[in-house]
Ligand binder design. Structure first.
Ligand code: F6R
Length: 235
C-alpha cells in the first residue's frame, strides 16, 4: 500500500522521525525541492532540522523550499503569516537563500495572478521531492477544504469556518478572508509526502484518514491515491 502509518506517543518522537526522513532524503539528493507546511504540527520537526543544520552546516546548502500555502489578506510581516512562520522556523535556521525559496506572497495584490505565478514556478522547478503536510480538523490539506470537487492546482481558496479557528489565526480580530494554496494534484505530484497528524480536535479527521476511503468530504483521504506517503500520527 502507498500509505505507511506510524503512531507515536509523544510529539518529540514524531518530530524526530519526520526530521530523520528529511535528513536521509537531503543526504541522498542535496538539491531536493521541499514543500513546507506551517502550523503546530511541523514546528517540532523544523526544530530538529535546525539542530541538524547546526551540527552539519552543509546539509541544507542546496535544498530548495516552496511554501505550501499562505493566508490571504494578511501582511507578510504579521506574525500569523505563513511567511513569518517559515522565515523563523525554516528559512533562517537552515539558511535557505532567496534564490532557493519560492511561493505565494501574502502581500500579493492580485491573488489569482499570484496563483498563476506560483503554478509557473512549480512547473519550472518541480516536481516536489518531499511535501510536508498537516491535517485540519475538517481534513483539509494545505487550504484544500472539503468541497464537491477538489481543485488540482494553485488557487484562491474560500476558508472553511473551522480553518479560521486554527491556532495561527484564532486570536486575530481581522481574520484572513481567503487562502492561497497548492492544489490537490500539485500535492499528489510530490514524490514523497510526509503527513503529520498532531493537535487537538483531529479525532474525526484522523479516523477518516486512516480508514482508506477516499472522499472529498475529507480531502486528506486523497493521499491514499499516492504511492509513497509516510503518515506519522501522534496518539
Ligand atoms: C498550514 C497548512 C494547514 C495546516 C493544518 C493543521 O500551512 O497547510 O493545512 O497544516 O491546518 O494545522 P496545525 O498543524 O496548526 O494543527
Amino acid at each position: 500500500m502507498g500509505m505507511k502509518i506510524q503512531y507515536f506517543s509523544d510529539y518529540e518522537g514524531m518530530s524526530t522521525k519526520a526530521a530523520q526522513l528529511i535528513i536521509d532524503a537531503v543526504k541522498a539528493k542535496p538539491e531536493l525541492l521541499f514543500c513546507a507546511a506551517t502550523g503546530g504540527s511541523p514546528t517540532g520537526m523544523y526544530k530538529a532540522l535546525k539542530e541538524a543544520a547546526q551540527s552539519d552546516e552543509s546539509l541544507f546548502e542546496k535544498m530548495k523550499v516552496i511554501k505550501l500555502d499562505e493566508w490571504g489578506d494578511v501582511d507578510s510581516k504579521h506574525p500569523v503569516s505563513c511567511e513569518y512562520y517559515l522565515q523563523e522556523h525554516l528559512v533562517n535556521p537552515l539558511k535557505i537563500t532567496p534564490d532557493r525559496y519560492m511561493g505565494f506572497s501574502a502581500d500579493a495584490e492580485n491573488p489569482k495572478e499570484e496563483c498563476v505565478r506560483v503554478s509557473c514556478v512549480l512547473q519550472e522547478k518541480g516536481p516536489i521531492d518531499i511535501c510536508i503536510l498537516g491535517i485540519g480538523t475538517n481534513g483539509h490539506i494545505g487550504f484544500n477544504e472539503p468541497n464537491l470537487q477538489m481543485t488540482d492546482h494553485c488557487h484562491v481558496a474560500k476558508l472553511a469556518p473551522s480553518t479560521l479557528l486554527n491556532g495561527m489565526v484564532i486570536n486575530m480580530t481581522k481574520k484572513p478572508t481567503y487562502g492561497l494554496t497548492l492544489g490537490v494534484q500539485d500535492i499528489l505530484s510530490a514524490k514523497h509526502i510526509i503527513m503529520l497528524v498532531a493537535g487537538s480536535g483531529k479525532e474525526e479527521a484522523t479516523k477518516h484518514l486512516v480508514s482508506g476511503k477516499i472522499t472529498n468530504d475529507w480531502p486528506a483521504t486523497h493521499l491514499w491515491s499516492h504511492p509513497n506517503v509516510d503518515c506519522l500520527i501522534l496518539g
